[in-house]
Design a protein around this ligand. Structure first.
Ligand SMILES: [Zn+2]
Length: 402
């Protein structure tokens, strides 16, 4: 027994893959891709079925059991770690939304990628996108600090993904705001972005027929009731014209994000200058598909097969530029399936989070019961910590706590 590992270590099998020798020159372009909610589970489930970009990447180094070592595995903390090398306790991005009892806002909530000091804004909906809460530099920033000729580009379906991967010193940074790909106020819109927005608008305006179900997805193509007459699991992304939220939770959204990234690579001639450029791509559709339909239906299966094809086309385009590029692909966090399907899969205790237990709603119930006419609880839903208001009397504080 004792000798076996020694033999294994000293006499490699002839069939063992041989690592390619390290390149003597640095790449001209780094492509960092984050697939939102692409869990190790999903990768493990589907990795053998990919034929496009996700198959091609598997010819390189694969770390199939990646996990986050931080507690709040949400989008913003996750993206803040990917290109900084720091955990959220250092990046400052401890959650998507956190509570700061010291601010003037009545709900005391701060969104990770906003400047909450802008008057009249709220943490949801009307916020001003900002990098101010990211406390550490990204890889692109470090590269640019070493050589100002380095160009840093970040494109994502979510503002927090684009900001946290791009950092504070970016040449182009674009995200989807629900209607168009946008950037910080005052920035010029390159022609390629205007063209992308026109194409996306036309795509949303037109109805979308159901997508084909690939053979590998047939076994997943089973409808599961989620109550109120609704079901998921057998959706194929058909949508009526004008439905932007259905577009966002579909493979076409990643198609649009990646197409813009490809357009920026071409128009900016990334990787064709004197130094190494970097482009970050936040492919956000997988997360919207997961939240809308769960992870084990036909929808997620189709989404991943389409993402595989989309990335394959992207890599073909990168090849056509002749640029020596390197790609890293990872995820900001994982995700679990909907409780209705988990129950069918042998987890009878699975259930949905009860909205009545959210700090805002439970706080109102408690305040009414105690006869306190102001907010008593603060916190994000469904994750995170719960805070008791500071301006309560000791008696009120104890009553709320009890
Ligand atoms: Zn996410």
């Amino acid at each position: 027994m004792a000798s076996a590992p020694l033999v294994a270590q000293t006499v490699p099998s002839p069939a063992a893959p041989v690592a390619a020798p390290a390149s003597a020159t640095p790449p001209k372009l780094i492509v960092a891709i984050s697939v939102d909610q692409f869990s190790a589970d999903l990768f493990g489930e589907y990795r053998g079925t990919f034929t496009g970009g996700l198959a091609r990447l598997q010819k390189g180094a694969v770390f199939p059991s990646g996990y986050q070592s931080h507690a709040a595995t949400e989008t913003c903390p996750g993206h803040s770690t990917i290109l900084t090398g720091f955990r959220p306790e250092h990046t400052g991005i401890i959650a998507n939304t956190w509570t700061d009892l010291g601010i003037a806002r009545t709900d005391k909530q701060v969104y990770c990628a906003e400047d909450e000091t802008v008057p009249g804004t709220t943490h949801a909906g009307t916020y001003t996108v900002s990098d101010k809460h990211l406390l550490v530099p990204t890889l692109g920033e470090r590269m640019k600090a070493a050589n100002p000729k380095v160009r840093v580009v970040s494109v994502a379906g979510k503002d927090r993904a684009a900001v946290m991967m791009g950092g504070h010193n970016v040449d182009e940074l674009w995200w989807w705001n629900g209607k168009a790909m946008v950037s910080y106020a005052g920035r010029a819109t390159p022609a390629v972005v205007a063209r992308a927005n026109a194409a996306i608008a036309a795509r949303i305006a037109a109805p979308q027929a159901a997508l084909d179900v690939p053979p590998v997805c047939k076994a997943h193509d089973v409808a599961v009731s989620i109550g109120e007459g609704k079901s998921v699991g057998a959706g194929h992304f058909a949508r009526e014209g004008g439905n932007a939220s259905a577009f966002r939770a579909s493979p076409a959204f990643d198609g649009a994000i990646v197409a813009l990234a490809a357009g920026l690579v071409q128009d900016m001639k990334l990787g064709q200058g004197d130094t190494t450029d970097i482009i970050d791509v936040g492919a956000s559709a997988t997360d919207y598909v997961g939240h809308t339909f769960g992870t084990e239906g036909a929808e997620m299966c189709i989404q991943l097969q389409q993402l595989d094809a989309t990335l394959g086309s992207f890599f073909d385009l990168l090849d056509s530029t002749g640029v020596d590029y390197e790609i890293v692909l990872t995820a900001d966090h994982g995700g679990n399936d909907i409780p209705e399907r988990e129950i069918n899969a042998g987890l009878p205790g699975a259930q949905r989070a009860r909205i009545a237990l959210s700090p805002a709603i439970a706080g109102k119930t408690i305040a009414a019961k105690l006869g306190i006419d102001k907010p008593v609880l603060f916190g994000d839903m469904p994750n995170g910590d719960i805070y008791i208001a500071r301006d309560l009397t000791p008696v009120q504080h104890k009553a709320v706590q009890d």
